[in-house]
Ligand binder design. Sequence first.
Ligand SMILES: O=C(O)CCC(=O)C(=O)O
Length: 301
Amino acid sequence: MANPAQVVHFHRHGYAILPGVLNSAEIGFLKDDCDQLFNHCSLEKDIVTDMGCIIEPFSSGLVDIEPHDWELLKENSDIFRRIRADMGSECVPDILLDKMAKLAADFLPISSEIYLLNEQYIIKPPYKGPGTQFAWHKDSEYLPSELWSEPTVSCWVALDDVHKDNGTLILDPYPTSTDHSGTSLSLDEYIEHHTRADSSYPPSQVGSSLLTEPTRKPIVSIPAGSVVIMSGWVRHCSLANRSSHLRRCWMPQYASRRLTHKRPPNEKGVTKFLRTSDTEEPLGGRGSTKPTLFEESFHLN
Ligand SMILES: O=C(O)CCC(=O)C(=O)O
């Protein structure tokens, strides 16, 4: 579904922006699903201060599943689909496990299997200001350190039009990276290429959580239904929602490797599921991480 130029751009810069991936019906299903989770969580918690703007469907409490079982659930596609559909919209599992997984496969190493790593909504209520900003980070940083060189992609899907006033993303493209005219990288080539690009960020920026530097980085301004595909190694942050409307994004994340062997391989493009090895930590989630406040001296241009 991605075109070759988008894949080349992704390998060069660490991200690609794909307009018009979801149609209006699909956007509607995801918004309904998101709103249902938001309403459920809002009964007991403050989405911004308690949840860092992040709702992960399986840990939201909407279904009564022990944390230990969330990952096990992913081992059985039929059960996973049924439970996920029961949480909100019936169409969401198809978008999650078919459409988006196939799209993510275009940005992962050739011939690799595709695993669902994590799924989350990132919801910014209106007029919430600095509490809804996300500090500079790389999504790989949220994996256990032994998995930092695993290829992963985050599919950041705008469910509302996003722009600089309602809490959009700012991307920090790889500072240097070799060009890849080809779109198909083997697992080894992929890891070699992207980890080298990752290491080209200046040391002062690595791990910096405050947005102190003035920036001319790309500020994402895209209509609902568009997707920003981000490598796990690309640095990014996001702005506050200063608008009068809710800003909703959906971000499934996919990985290219099975971490524990559970089932025979499926055909490429069919979503399989990644399981944490022995750790109790869910991979990729940031539900417990509160966004760090940015310095007010942040420049947009
Ligand atoms: O949606 C946002 O504002 C930022 C999300 C983000 O950077 C992330 O979840 O990694």
